[in-house]
Design a binder for this molecule. Structure first.
Ligand code: DQA
Length: 146
């Protein structure tokens, strides 16, 4: 199984940015933890981070025919981007949405996700564990359906 892990804007600043909200881990440490977990699950992950919306849309397009599923933390684009949602719908790959913070505990503009309605599910509020749980859930879903 091949999974595309997509990190959205500002997530390159993890470990520096708003540590009380997002924790101390860097993006590289998160990616390393995902790769470790994936090795045990006999699959491959490719991790990408993009600050621009168009680059995320293009990364989603390039998953078509190459990946079995997408794990995405779209960052602030979660709450704004019809284009990212349409790209995810367009490639028709199973999607799991994750967030480090609990978006429902925060400002009301973070309570709406354009991605959630087209995702299998969403995991929010568990820091690194949101990613690890999300990857595990995506793999289990793919094993059941493929
Ligand atoms: C985030 C939550 C978003 O609201 C925010 O814009 C982010 C990170 C999270 O992982 O908690 O950049 O997606």
């Amino acid at each position: 199984l091949q999974i595309l892990v997509l990190h959205g804007p500002n997530l390159n600043l993890l470990g520096i940015r708003e540590r009380s909200v997002y924790g101390d881990l860097s993006l590289d440490q998160i990616n390393a933890a995902l790769a470790d977990q994936m090795a045990g699950l006999h699959g491959l992950i490719e991790c990408q981070q993009h600050n621009s919306e168009g680059a995320i849309v293009e990364a989603i397009h390039s998953a078509l025919g190459n990946k079995d599923g997408i794990l995405i933390n779209a960052g602030a684009y979660t709450h704004t981007s019809v284009a990212i949602r349409d790209a995810l719908s367009g490639v028709n790959l199973p999607v799991v949405e994750v967030h480090l913070s609990n978006i429902y505990q925060r400002e009301s503009f973070r309570h709406h996700s354009y991605i959630a309605p087209i995702a299998i599910g969403q995991i929010s509020g568990f820091g690194l564990d949101s990613y690890l749980l999300g990857l595990k859930a995506l793999i289990r879903h793919l094993r059941k359906t493929q």
